[in-house]
Structures are given as structure tokens and as C-alpha cells.
Design a protein around this ligand. Structure first.
Ligand code: FES
Length: 113
């Protein structure tokens, strides 16, 4: 079932949580993905959008391609020093990507599926 939020709640660069999805506005391109990071389960609705348009996890800065749901950079900080860990999580999200939803502008609202 779709949900809707006012478009004014999601200005460019913003990410918010709508039920089980992290919904963002990358310079006018909206996206919705499942909100639980595949690394340690951080809430991606608390994340940010980087200059590449990727969603960055708030805990260890893994990056996700919001069009595919795949991790494109593994966890950073101490985790980045563990050999093969980043590659392992990137591989994992090839098999189990974030679920990619759809955001449709409708008047002053955004419909999220
Ligand atoms: S929980 Fe997201 S990168 Fe660690």
C-alpha cells in the first residue's frame, strides 16, 4: 500500500523515514529504499546523500546506489581495515540488495510505494 508525504518535507539533499523505507531527494530525483543497513542494521533514514547521489549510512559510511540497492563502498573506519570485509558486503548486496521502492510526485505530495 502506498504512503504519501508532503513534498515540502523532503527538500533537495534530505533523507527521511517513511514507515520501512528511507526516502530521499537527490537534487530533485527522489528515491526510496529499505531503511536497514545491510552491515549492522543502522537506520538509513538517518543517512545522507553524497555528491555521487549515493545514500551514505550514518554509522560506518557504507554507500549505496539507490537505483539498485547495492552497496558500492563497504563500511569505513575500523571496518575498512579488515581485509575482504568491504568486498564481502558489496557481494552480499548483489544477492540481497536494499529493496528499491518508487516515489511519484502527485501535486504537492509524494506518493511512496
Ligand atoms: S551499519 Fe551501515 S555501515 Fe555499518
Amino acid at each position: 500500500m502506498s504512503k504519501s508525504i508532503p513534498a515540502s518535507d523532503l527538500p533537495p539533499g534530505a533523507v527521511t523515514g517513511v514507515e520501512r523505507q528511507a526516502v530521499g531527494n537527490n537534487a530533485g530525483d527522489y528515491f526510496a529504499v529499505s531503511r536497514k543497513c545491510r552491515h549492522l542494521g543502522a537506520d538509513l533514514a538517518e543517512g545522507s546523500i553524497d555528491p555521487d547521489g549515493c545514500l551514505v549510512c550514518p554509522w560506518h559510511q557504507a554507500k549505496y546506489d539507490v537505483t539498485t540497492g547495492r552497496m558500492v563502498r563497504g563500511p569505513q573506519g575500523v571496518f575498512a581495515k579488515i581485509p575482504g570485509l568491504g568486498a564481502m558486503f558489496k557481494g552480499l548486496t548483489r544477492v540481497v540488495p536494499l529493496k528499491v521502492g518508487k516515489v511519484t510526485p502527485r501535486g504537492a505530495d509524494l506518493e511512496i510505494d
